[in-house]
Design a protein around this ligand. Structure first.
Ligand SMILES: C[S@@+](CC[C@H](N)C(=O)[O-])C[C@H]1O[C@@H](n2cnc3c(N)ncnc32)[C@H](O)[C@@H]1O
Length: 373
């Protein structure tokens, strides 16, 4: 799979779209808002930027849902309030939305008129906000040197730039047979290949941003992660485990070949806090100011659910399966074919409901804040 040509969240605003199935990611953004606000306030108060009239902000991995503009709106309001308090002219903002070229930017652009209306209704005293887009991979350079003050990225940096090359032997044999991610039965060599790919990618991300972000500029990055040292722990691999079980059901029923599963791997890695910290230290361009973990239920609830029946669990499984489909269908259908997707996700619902009858699955995420040296 060539990730940059294949990967995109489901387009448009229909029932299967990412726009209609991204409330989990929205809930994560809401949990991170206090950190975002604090970081933006620090930036606006920073002496280095007191003379600035324009702030340049980038949202990396913006996708096509309302989530990105909700982050921008929160940033604009925070800056407006800060400028009011400092009796300072409202700052003008240039906002760049970035994602891979296959992303459906138009779905966001269509909502821009109402976004600007809403912004003006909320507070007429904010500076102008100019929104543009930059298609491309955030593992490469996206902006001119020293042009960006603030970087935001949520639930995007766990996607690798490619499926690690070490997952196929020299003879072309798949080495992660029967798995599509780092599973309990995955070999150490495959697990290491995933880790090396993440190190390479996250380091390239920091290198590119180090050219683009102005000294003193900030970043707030949220990505899925894990608490333990063991990358094959269930935490955060379980979503792919449910897909893999559904794929195996499909193979058993003759809809797809076992060999197709052997040769498919997700370009995904959930790092530990220590791994992320090491890469930031080694790359050396940013000071790490915060590294926190947060937890959220698969059904977007931040607290535990009690006394749920198997009927509730089926309903929750349908909800989970819709957002898993919205984020993974492009990768799965390019490998297994679009015609089998409905049947695959029907089995996925059943597998997730079974899991819910046994446990309360959660995502663990890492929130990182950085200052450019
Ligand atoms: C799950 S979505 C998150 C979207 C949004 N930030 C949110 O929180 O709702 C992840 C996005 O990251 C994008 N992405 C993945 N790898 C990328 C890369 N190398 N460069 C730019 N965007 C990337 C995907 O295309 C996808 O739109």
């Amino acid at each position: 799979m060539e990730v940059r040509r294949v990967l995109h969240m489901n387009e448009g605003e229909g029932e299967a779209s990412y726009a209609s199935n991204s409330s989990l990611q929205r809930a994560v953004i809401t949990m991170v808002k206090p950190i975002l606000e604090e970081t933006i306030l620090d930036l606006v108060r920073d002496e280095a930027f007191l003379e600035s009239e324009v702030l340049r902000i980038a949202d990396l991995g913006c996708s096509s849902s309302p989530n990105s503009l909700s982050v921008i709106s929160h940033i604009v309001n925070t800056i407006t309030t800060a400028c009011d308090r400092q009796h300072r002219q409202p700052l003008e903002l240039q906002v760049v939305l970035n994602d891979l070229p296959r992303n459906d930017f138009n779905t966001i652009f269509k909502t821009l008129p109402s976004f600007y209306d809403e912004l003006n209704r909320g507070n007429s005293n904010h500076g102008s906000c100019f929104i543009t887009a930059m298609p491309g991979s955030f593992y490469e350079r996206l902006f001119p040197r020293k042009s960006i003050h603030f970087i935001h990225s949520s639930y995007s940096l766990h996607y690798l730039s490619q499926v690690p090359k070490g997952l196929i032997s020299k003879e072309g044999t798949p080495l992660n047979k029967g798995n599509t991610y780092i599973a309990r039965t995955t070999s150490l060599a495959v697990s290491r290949a995933y880790h090396e790919q993440f190190k390479h990618d996250f380091s390239s991300f920091l290198c590119s941003r180090s050219e683009e972000v102005i000294g003193g500029g900030r970043a707030v990055l949220t990505l899925t992660g894990r608490r333990t040292d063991d990358p094959s722990c269930d935490e955060n691999c379980v979503p792919w485990k449910m897909i893999t079980l559904a794929l195996k059901d499909m193979a058993q029923e003759g809809h797809i070949e076992e060999a197709q599963i052997d040769s498919f791997d997700f370009p995904y890695y959930a790092p530990s806090a220590a791994e992320v910290q090491d890469i930031i230290l080694q790359q050396g361009s940013f000071n790490l100011t915060r590294l926190e973990g947060l937890e959220i239920g698969w059904d977007s609830k931040t607290t535990g659910n009690v006394n749920l029946t198997s009927f509730d669990n089926l309903r929750r499984a349908r909800y989970v399966s819709k957002y898993v489909r919205a984020i993974s269908e492009s990768m799965l259908s390019s490998h297994f074919g679009a015609p089998v997707m409905d049947a695959l996700f029907q089995r996925h619902i059943e597998r997730v409901a079974e899991l819910y009858n046994k446990e309360e699955p959660k995502f663990y995420s890492l929130v990182i804040t950085l200052i450019k040296k």
